[in-house]
Design a protein around this ligand. Sequence first.
Ligand SMILES: [Zn+2]
Length: 247
Amino acid sequence: MVIREYNNYSKYCKNIGKRIVVLTVMSVCFLFFSSFSYPITRDAQKQDGKENGQTEFSKDDWRLVLINKQNSIPDDYTFTLGTIQGNMKCDERVLDDLNGMIQAAGEDGVGLMICSPYRDMERQKMLFNRKIKRYMNTGMSYIEAYRVSSETVTVPGASEHQIGLALDIVCGEYTSLDAGFGETEAGKWLEEHSCEYGFILRYPLGKEYITGIEYEPWHFRYVGEEAATIIMEEEITLEEFWEEYVD
Ligand SMILES: [Zn+2]
């Protein structure tokens, strides 16, 4: 009986020992392979970025506010208007960079001209309602007229011009707001240098399926130099930047 118990005990010890060996080997293998094959997730990349001291982008950064058909201007959004020239206004925090950009372009022989700066809610509503009325006069229902109008005039509350961070910029030689502006010297200068002053081409060609807006080589949006450099170098939109970089 005693011997049998002893045998059982030694068997038990051997089993435990085997288990410990197997578990140790498995752990070592796991650690070894995981150091090679651990999938690099976006979170891990973001973490790497933080550890390397790269810039973090916060969803609360006023420069990055995302306004589009799906994200209208928050009710509590506030800012202070500053004067660009005459009665043209924009968010006052943008003025220094904007003036710097206009000056730098001038030094390169490019005369930039702002044709549409900040627009208030009342003006946006007026433009929109006027369009609806015109369609309704042709016999459309209100709902129908609203739908058609929203394809050509930005729905009030969803225009970046209303928060003073967007500017339509052209030049003396080319003042029409069409795709041709992108081919002018001013259009090319802006595409190349605007990010140095914190601006991005907000509605690029080929990204209409993301922005929901057709190519607008004249519409520039302020996001700050760091974000603008990434967006323009990687040829992405503000929507894609939010997906990849904003926490
Ligand atoms: Zn615009």
